[in-house]
Design a protein around this ligand. Structure first.
Ligand SMILES: C[S@@+](CC[C@H](N)C(=O)[O-])C[C@H]1O[C@@H](n2cnc3c(N)ncnc32)[C@H](O)[C@@H]1O
Length: 253
């Protein structure tokens, strides 16, 4: 029976895939439309014989248009296939899952969403940062670091006053500007902050500094996208950077 599953593949490590996701990939998938962020280790779960199409949408590189991806899903479903739309993290957190569900519903295609572990929670955890911690913050705000075509830029001045941990997706390239805006809005420049790249994978790297110094520390490092920025007292819980080489060797072993 034709169907489209929107599956969140988790932050990178293949064993952070949910059991439900692994079962559908191994037993049901006939066509898999996978994002760039989905690792080869995750794709290794896909049933032999299934067709895997890379439909990457990574920032700064040529992207597959969203409308084309939606059309492909509908076309394969109408041909009676079980289609998996596989994305990094969770489809409904900066994953355009809402748009895809709407497009599939409009086309009358049966759809099921399988949640994944979003990078915004799992990646800080991978370096020891709890995104909430009693006595340190009132909550956590997940926010994009780059503007959208609809909503413009996030209101950094308002975000600076929330008293919540800020977890900033897609913010590495604009880090200097973001830090300046938060500080200009009254956030303490000594607020702990961290940048974490390729979290939960063998290439995981992180840098910890105060907010004012984080952009320079990141610029002097080899951190590259995909990366998350964490701003708030909880960032001080990050494991020391000096331990990460040993940790990377253990992950790769
Ligand atoms: C288009 S968003 C997709 C988010 C995804 N849907 C999720 O729930 O995690 C891509 C951004 O997520 C963040 N990201 C995803 N995986 C990551 C990882 N393993 N390490 C660090 N950041 C990651 C980065 O900020 C990256 O630019």
């Amino acid at each position: 029976m034709s169907k489209v599953y929107l599956i969140g593949a988790g932050p990178g490590a293949a064993d952070l895939l949910t059991l439900r996701a692994a079962r559908i990939l191994a037993e049901e998938a006939e066509v898999v439309l996978a994002d760039d962020l989905v690792s080869a280790a995750v794709l290794a779960h896909v049933r032999p014989g299934a067709r895997i199409l890379r439909v990457g949408k990574r920032g700064g590189r040529p992207s597959t248009p969203q409308s084309f991806i939606c059309r492909l899903m509908v076309r394969y479903a109408r041909h009676g296939k079980v289609v998996v739309r596989l994305k990094g993290g969770d489809s409904f957190v900066f994953g355009r899952g809402g748009e895809e569900v709407a497009a599939l519903a409009a086309a009358g295609v049966d759809t099921e969403v399988v949640p994944g572990l979003t990078a915004g929670i799992a990646v800080p955890a991978a370096v020891g940062i709890p995104v909430t911690h009693r006595g340190h913050c009132h909550g956590v705000t997940l926010v994009t670091g780059h503007g959208s075509e609809h909503g413009g830029e996030p209101d950094w001045a308002a975000l600076a006053r929330t008293g919540t941990t800020l977890v900033i997706y897609m913010g590495l390239g604009r880090l200097l500007n973001i830090a300046a805006r938060l500080i200009a809005a009254g956030m303490d420049p000594t607020t702990p902050a961290a940048a974490i790249a390729a979290g939960t994978t063998a290439g995981q790297r992180h840098v910890v500094a105060c907010l004012a110094e984080l952009p320079a520390r990141v610029a002097a490092s080899d951190l590259a996208a995909p990366a998350l920025i964490v701003v708030g007292e909880v960032a001080a819980f990050a494991r020391p950077e000096s331990l990460q080489w040993a940790e990377a060797e253990m992950r790769a072993a």
